[in-house]
Design a protein around this ligand. Structure first.
Ligand SMILES: [Zn+2]
Length: 249
């Protein structure tokens, strides 16, 4: 059994064949956590999780969303579905798309509210961080919450800091060709590694649509890098994911 800890099956890229894509993963023993990043996405994420036994919902908001009333609604929706969800996120900071200093400050203000909500609900946090690793780590310092760094691309010092805080680092399918991701895997003990696809993004073949069944390829690549049996990578990463999200299988 594998777990794709982060994907977006609610996205329009799957409008033609969503059921087949999800079923293909489930048939290959791949469970998945679908992360919502918009208000509409939250509703469809909850619907998918109700429909499929091993599709689990995490609710969050894309960091470049700077509209206060959207943020308020998102916080309310997460709170009102707290018994259904396995995590809060993805949430975080994105300085790649948001370059203006004033808007970055706004992002930080909203991110703090999602952090507080996760603490309040005792839910794990799924973090999106792009060009903002040190601010993300600073804001989470000392906060009593379980953290998963989705598609983390910080420096090796950031990775070491994250591991020292026992955060999970999720490794996407771009590890097939990304030297940086391969390096992160080399420097991260297996106990802190989980697998993700971030489907439809970060395909093992650049330019193609990604899908959750590809976490098997991530496991194979990690096994190769760490000179482990793929079964070991499967077992440990799945246990890490189950513990983190509290998955009941
Ligand atoms: Zn994502």
């Amino acid at each position: 059994m594998f777990v794709d800890v982060h994907c977006h099956m609610d996205f329009p890229q799957y409008n033609e064949d969503r059921h087949q894509v999800i079923q293909r993963a489930l048939d290959a023993q791949v469970a998945m956590v679908n992360s919502a990043i918009s208000l509409e996405g939250m509703k469809s994420t909850l619907d998918l999780a109700r429909k499929y036994e091993r599709v689990y919902p995490s609710l969050g908001l894309s960091p470049p969303e700077l509209n206060e009333s959207v943020v308020e609604k998102a916080l309310d929706l997460i709170r009102s579905h707290q018994d259904e969800i396995v995590g809060v996120g993805e949430v975080g900071l994105d300085y790649y798309w948001v370059k203006e200093r004033a808007n970055q400050e706004k992002e930080k203000k909203y991110f703090a509210r999602f952090i507080n909500l996760a603490v309040d609900l005792a839910k794990p946090l799924v973090i999106h961080s792009r060009d903002a690793e040190s601010d993300v780590l600073n804001m989470l310092r000392g906060v009593d919450v379980d953290v998963l760094l989705h598609c983390f691309s910080g420096s090796m010092d950031d990775v070491a800091e994250a591991v020292s805080r026992e955060y999970l680092i999720s490794i996407p399918a771009s590890i097939i060709y990304s030297k940086k991701k391969q390096n992160i895997v080399k420097n991260t003990p297996m106990d802190y590694i989980v697998l993700e696809t971030d489907s439809p993004f970060l395909s093992p073949k650049p330019g193609e649509r990604n899908e959750p069944v590809n976490v098997v390829k991530v496991a194979e690549k990690i096994a190769e890098i760490k000179a482990l049996d793929v079964e070991v990578v499967e077992l440990v990463s799945t246990e890490n994911a189950k513990q983190f999200y509290g998955l009941g299988f």
